[in-house]
Design a protein around this ligand. Sequence first.
Ligand SMILES: *[C@@H]1O[C@H](CO)[C@@H](O)[C@H](O)[C@H]1NC(C)=O
Length: 267
Amino acid sequence: MLKIALLALSLVAAQSVVAVVPTAVPTVAPRAPAAFTTRLPASSGSVSLPTASVISGSFDGRMVKYDRRGSSGACQEQDETGEADAVFILQSGASISNVIIGKDQAEGIHCRGPCTVTNVWWEDVCEDAITLKQTGSGDVSTINGGGAFHAEDKIVQHNGRGTVRISNFFASDFGKLYRSCGNCDQSNERHVQVTNVCLHDGSEGVGINSNFGDTATLSGISTDSHPSDSSVCCTYEGVSPGNEPDKIGCGDGFSACNYSEGSIGSC
Ligand SMILES: *[C@@H]1O[C@H](CO)[C@@H](O)[C@H](O)[C@H]1NC(C)=O
């Protein structure tokens, strides 16, 4: 107990003085298909950050639970929140691994450019779990391993452009695993690749704007509602800011949704 308290204190001290320093930690190798876990892992301590922690380089959280308890970044339900209310802000090219994001937070992780998110778990998503703002059409961000629980709306919010890869991920009790922004300032083309993901107790897998040229490629998908799985991929009519995108339809009959409903498994 004391050891954990001391660890947490030293982490708080380290966090509040400087941005997290890159550490030389080997990256976690991608796990074999279907080997992902489905429960929130035990935490090795906890830290409440007064402000968002900005990461450049790579940061290994060693399974410590981070939140924004007692600060402006605590969950404000459906209130407007932004980058400043994140727990972690990743600079372009940054990586984060082995972190639990606790329930007292609003915006999870914000990536300012391409980022790599490995084995990160959200205990209770508030606004969004991850917001991606990469600006290059060739930019790729990777979310591998980990999982998210209780997202009233979206888990991954893709603004900006480029491609997002989500693999070996467990999503439980959520609105959408992924949404390509349907009413951002820029009507960018965005792409998502989803591999080996369990969609448990959610209403929609990915939502993309087919009129913006978005595409989704999905494989190794399993759901708890198998075999009625057209909602694994849905297309929308993207619109300008201030308007709400209309849903066009869902299922593998839409060419922007590259997957086969028949290959969806159970989880
Ligand atoms: C569609 O999915 C298949 C299999 O996952 C992949 O090989 C192919 O490149 C994808 N096509 C497009 C247009 O993304």
